[in-house]
Design a protein around this ligand. Structure first.
Ligand SMILES: [Zn+2]
Length: 62
């Protein structure tokens, strides 16, 4: 499994994706699925992303 965000080459995007505040990360809190603005990561570790309401969850990864 890769933690890399999906990158689509320009011109190959099969689906129009929302633009603007979406940064490509989704909150990892079970059942949430909100746009995640807070990332938590240690060096050489996968990053974990959470929304504002669940960013406390991410502190468990630090
Ligand atoms: Zn959330």
């Amino acid at each position: 499994m890769s933690d890399e965000p999906i990158r689509l080459t320009e011109g190959m995007s099969p689906v129009a994706r929302p633009r603007g505040k979406v940064l490509g990360h989704i909150c990892e809190h079970p059942g949430c699925g909100c746009d995640a603005g807070w990332g938590f990561a240690k060096p050489r570790r996968p990053s974990h992303w959470f929304c504002f309401g669940h960013k406390a969850d991410g502190e468990n990864f630090l």
